[in-house]
Design a protein. Sequence first.
Length: 246
Amino acid sequence: MRYILECLVVPPGFSLALLMSALLLRRNHRKAMVFCIALGLLTLYVAGIPATTRWLHQRLVAEEPVDAQHLQVQVILVLGGGRRPDAPEYGGDTLSATSLERVRYAAQLQKRTGLPLMVSGGSVRGELRAEAELMAEVLSKEFGAPVRWMETKSRDTFENARFSAAILLAADIRRIALVTHALHMARAAAAFRQAGIEVVPAPMGYYRPLEPDQGLDDWIPSPLALYESASAFHEIVGRIWYRWRQ
């Protein structure tokens, strides 16, 4: 259900669905066909411009960067953000760009604070190695930041929180610094708090346009703007789904 809803809501799915509907209506419902084409092109344009992306991120992102020098927590926990399967240059699966950004920031925090690290991420599609194992390997071998705990069963943010909390509470750990992308932080932090863990947000990966006001460029579609808009809509769907799931 969530997957179908997301495909219909997250750009460019909604626009493509309208354009495909226009094909079905072209013979007997000309006015409806024209309406679907116009709305499909309009929504695709709106989703693909930097102005929309900026507006969405400003309303979905509330957390500011953490002050590492005054970080009063027991553990730094970093959430997985996906993998790149069967990467030939690495001889197998490796971290996606999203995951790599997160572990890099977690390693920086670990070195500045000396706090232990925990990683969370399972095998979403039944892969042989859990995402947490890939994260721990990169953190220790490439960033020199050893990992103390791994959670390897989760398939989404809800399970990240649930399974990680079981490990943390068993070790008498109740207060963590949570590392994930700024756009994802509100939903992730809420899931961990619901699981009984006190969270200090440590967001990263903020969306920042090259210029605060790009003028005409703000209204010119770009692949990056469409990608960032899709990420924002994905987060909106996720928040709605998690509220319903609770």
